[in-house]
Design a protein around this ligand. Structure first.
Ligand code: PLP
Length: 367
């Protein structure tokens, strides 16, 4: 089977799975005071220190562990969107966990501005500039688009924001950036950064949120005083330990030859959304007049699994992000190829089968 849907989720690695199983033996509640519980607490604190070091966090920064990246993203918006006299800026290319939360604040009467996208799905910096003023309290912009692979320059966005909106905080959803880009949180200057384990061969149901200034942070999930009062709920030690194990195995690789092999072997008309400013292993390509779900099923019958835009959007009909970039006829035929650890030959084969599937579809409807 050829799995080309890694942006949707990845298979847990053997060592992450072993770490999960082994640390499950440590079932003690880390908030208790006996020695066994202190051992549990140490596992969490070691994991937290690892994240701060790995992502080069700022001097007083911290990470909180969350139930998923969706929770981390919700946390940022819910903690920061508090005043109706302020403006909150969200890129129009965010994952649904940001987009739909932002929309819920519009319904409550808050001033939310969505910034339009460039043709590759990245944020339009010129449009962002127009909205930045003293009233802005938060800017949230995805680091790597889960739909198109577009890379947003977070340092540039932070610098721009802090110069034109000095009181604003900046959040970035880095879920798709981990394992694809080198990340230096201190250097970027970002205030919040979201990550998730299951996109990097860790377990599902665990994410983390980087917080540059924990002292100024208003928690979203209230309850017991876990996570230094920043996120209540008994910590999921096996998932946390396994997440770190997965991170230790991450290797950033060059996929330019793979992307080229795919593009060279697509023998039908298409619009390529993922340009040279995108990571090479997330490719969004649109075929006119075909339905992406049907293409997906034709390929599935050949043991090739691909995405139709984001899995989180795929039941909602037309893809929200892609439909901003190409017209309807192309947007309904948007296929996302996201991969890792496949060969150039595999990429050629997938592109050839994808071309055949599009041909087959067209022949069927023209009968
Ligand atoms: N943000 C991005 C960019 C994603 O791709 C995803 C997953 O699809 C999420 C957030 C949500 O992650 P999780 O499944 O951990 O809630």
């Amino acid at each position: 089977m050829l799995y080309f849907d890694n942006a949707s989720t990845t298979k847990i690695s053997k060592s992450a799975l072993n770490a999960y199983i082994n640390s499950s033996e440590n079932f003690y509640n880390p908030s208790a005071l006996y020695a066994q519980a202190l051992e549990s607490k140490k596992l969490i604190e070691d994991a937290r220190s690892f994240l701060i070091k790995y992502f080069k966090g700022d001097k007083n920064s911290s990470f909180i562990f969350t139930g998923c990246a969706t929770e981390a993203n919700n946390t940022v918006l819910n903690s920061c969107i508090t005043r109706k006299d302020k403006k909150y800026i969200i890129s129009a290319g965010e994952h649904s966990s940001i987009h739909n939360t932002a929309k819920s604040y519009i319904e409550k009467g808050f001033n939310i501005k969505f910034i339009p996208l460039l043709s590759n799905g990245g944020i339009n910096i010129e449009e962002l500039k127009k909205e930045l003023d003293n009233s802005v309290a938060l800017v949230s912009c995805i680091h790597v688009s889960n739909e198109t692979g577009a890379i947003n320059d977070i340092k540039q966005i932070v610098d721009l924001t802090k110069s034109l909106s000095p009181n604003a905080l900046v959040h970035s959803d880095g879920v798709q950036a981990v394992g694809k880009l080198n990340i230096d949180l201190k250097d970027s200057g970002v205030d919040f950064y979201t990550i998730s384990a299951h996109k990097i061969h860790g377990p599902k149901g665990i994410g983390a949120l980087y917080i540059k200034n924990p002292n100024k942070f208003k928690p979203f999930i209230l309850g017991g005083g876990q996570e230094k009062n920043l996120r209540a709920g008994t910590e999921n030690i096996p998932a946390i330990v396994s997440f770190i194990e997965a991170l230790k195995e991450v290797k950033i690789k060059d996929y330019s030859k793979h992307k080229k092999a795919i593009m060279d072997n697509l023998k039908v008309d298409y619009i390529l959304i993922s340009d040279m400013y995108c990571v090479n292993n997330i490719i969004s390509v649109c075929f006119k007049g075909v339905r992406a779900e049907t293409i997906q099923h034709i390929l599935e019958n050949k043991d090739i699994l691909v995405g139709t835009g984001s899995a989180c959007n795929s039941r909602a009909g037309i893809n929200r992000v892609i439909s901003q970039l190409v017209n309807y006829d192309y947007a309904i035929g948007a296929i996302r190829l996201s991969f890792e650890d496949v060969s150039v030959e595999d990429c050629k084969l997938v592109a050839a089968e994808l071309s055949n599937a599009v041909d087959e579809y067209k022949k069927r409807i023209n009968k």
